[in-house]
Ligand binder design. Structure first.
Ligand SMILES: CC(C)(COP(=O)(O)OP(=O)(O)OC[C@H]1O[C@@H](n2cnc3c(N)ncnc32)[C@H](O)[C@@H]1OP(=O)(O)O)[C@@H](O)C(=O)NCCC(=O)NCCS
Length: 182
């Protein structure tokens, strides 16, 4: 599989955490598939469940599929660090747009050892910025009501949560103002 769109270098950025650590964020590339697989298979069971709401391990095939990003309706931003001179993925934030509604389903995960350091908030904030620049009308996600951390983080960023009783999940939503220049 290869990424069908042109790599949007303009979406590369550096995020600075409260403790001064700098994290490089960039759109995902086809050649990242092994590193992405390493990140997803290193997640704890709890993190894996919080992200996918199912208790199944991630397969290489699924990760291959997720590496197939076109930078238009399928977008993924990864946070990376250097470990022993090698680039390592520590977080993945992505959204898939419904072409009919212009709204996109978003999902984010931070590697366990890097959680609670501000990366999720900063990466989500940046993903919202990118989605807005790409003309996405709204972002939404389905989450477990027990996932207090993502509820806290998304509330801070302006998402509203509503209870989906049929599926015992929360739907969180953020309408985006269409201002591509900001
Ligand atoms: C949810 C997730 C993306 C957040 O990323 P993170 O880097 O850990 O989050 P941050 O460090 O930026 O922020 C965590 C915030 O939650 C707060 N928090 C932590 N545990 C909490 C809890 N049990 N209840 C309420 N708030 C909590 C922290 O105090 C912090 O808030 P603050 O910045 O106002 O002090 C990450 O924890 C993760 O990958 N979780 C598993 C996957 C997942 O749930 N994905 C979301 C569904 S798609």
């Amino acid at each position: 599989m290869s990424n069908s769109g042109e790599y949007p270098k303009r979406f590369e950025t550096v995020l600075r955490l409260k403790d001064g650590t700098e994290i490089f964020v960039r759109p995902l590339k086809t050649e990242d598939r092994d590193k992405l697989y390493q990140m997803y298979t290193a997640l704890s069971k709890e993190t894996n469940y919080a992200r996918f709401l199912i208790r199944k391990p991630i397969t290489r095939w699924i990760v291959e599929k997720w590496t197939d990003i076109n930078y238009r309706d399928k977008m993924a931003l990864i946070a990376t660090i250097k470990e022993n001179g090698e680039e390592k993925i520590i977080a993945d934030s992505r959204f898939y747009t419904d072409k009919e509604t212009g709204e996109a389903e978003i999902a984010i995960v931070v590697l366990d050892t890097w959680q609670n350091k501000g990366i999720g908030t900063k990466l989500l904030q940046y993903t919202i910025k990118v989605a807005r620049k790409m003309g996405i009308k709204a972002l939404y996600a389905y989450i477990s009501p027990e996932n207090k951390r993502i509820i806290h983080v998304t509330k801070k960023l302006g998402f509203k949560a509503k209870w989906i009783s049929e599926s015992i999940e929360y739907k969180i939503e953020l309408p985006l103002k269409q201002n591509k220049t900001k």
